[in-house]
Ligand binder design. Structure first.
Ligand code: PRP
Length: 207
């Protein structure tokens, strides 16, 4: 699996704001939104473009558009905070939804919602979820996408744990990872250390 670590001073400052426990929810949401801008920018670096003619006020020149705008799939709840910026940057994108909540004892994802196109053949997919901890939620989402024939999937995360990255690799599912950080590991509650806490709670309050 290809992993792209977004190592940039702007991403690092936004991530620091998100990590800081004193950051209020509204500021956390704003930092996540801005960091999503950096992550999408990097995720699209090698995306194919189609060219077409565009007329400036002075002359005709060649313009570019994304040849294949990806389907955006926020994983609820936490991924909701990434979808506004992602769809503002790629306005032609469609958006699907997956709702998962991790069981506090087993740490396994419990599915409560999915709304995805039936056939994803030939369509790139960007999965948006700030946290990759055990990888269980991402693998569940990737299976839903692979069952619909998706073969070009990018997981876009803010913080990833080595355990989650290893689980994605072992899954053999067709995915590459774009993340702003690879942290130390998981604690006994399967929280990422140092991480940023629970990205859903920090945006929307506790469930
Ligand atoms: C968090 C996070 C991921 C998942 C990561 O969501 O947003 O979806 O846990 O953990 P995993 O890699 O071990 O599966 P949570 O279940 O807390 O739900 P929420 O987004 O509604 O807060």
């Amino acid at each position: 699996m290809r992993t792209h670590l977004v190592d940039h001073p702007l991403a690092a400052t936004l991530l620091t704001t998100m990590r800081d426990e004193r950051t209020p929810n509204s500021v956390f949401r704003a930092a996540l939104r801005d960091l999503t801008n950096c992550l999408i920018y990097e995720a699209l670096r090698d995306a194919p473009v189609a060219s077409f003619e565009v007329k400036t006020p002075v002359a005709v020149t060649s313009g570019a558009r994304l040849a294949l705008p990806p389907l955006l799939v926020p994983v609820l709840r936490a991924g909701l905070g990434m979808v506004d910026m992602a769809s503002a940057l790629i306005p032609e994108s469609r958006v699907g939804f997956v709702g998962l909540a991790r069981d506090e004892k087993t740490h396994r994802p419990v599915a409560y919602m999915e709304s995805l196109p039936d056939d994803l053949t030939g369509l790139p997919v960007f999965v948006l979820d700030p946290m990759l901890a055990t990888g269980g939620s991402m693998i569940h989402t990737l299976r839903l996408l692979a069952d619909r024939n998706a073969t070009d999937i990018t997981a876009i995360c803010v913080v990833a744990a080595p355990e989650g990255i290893a689980a994605l690799e072992e899954s053999g599912l067709p995915v590459r990872l774009v993340t702003a950080a690879i942290d130390r590991g998981l604690n006994a509650d399967a929280f990422i250390v140092p991480g940023l806490g629970d990205a859903g709670d920090r945006q929307f309050g506790p469930r």
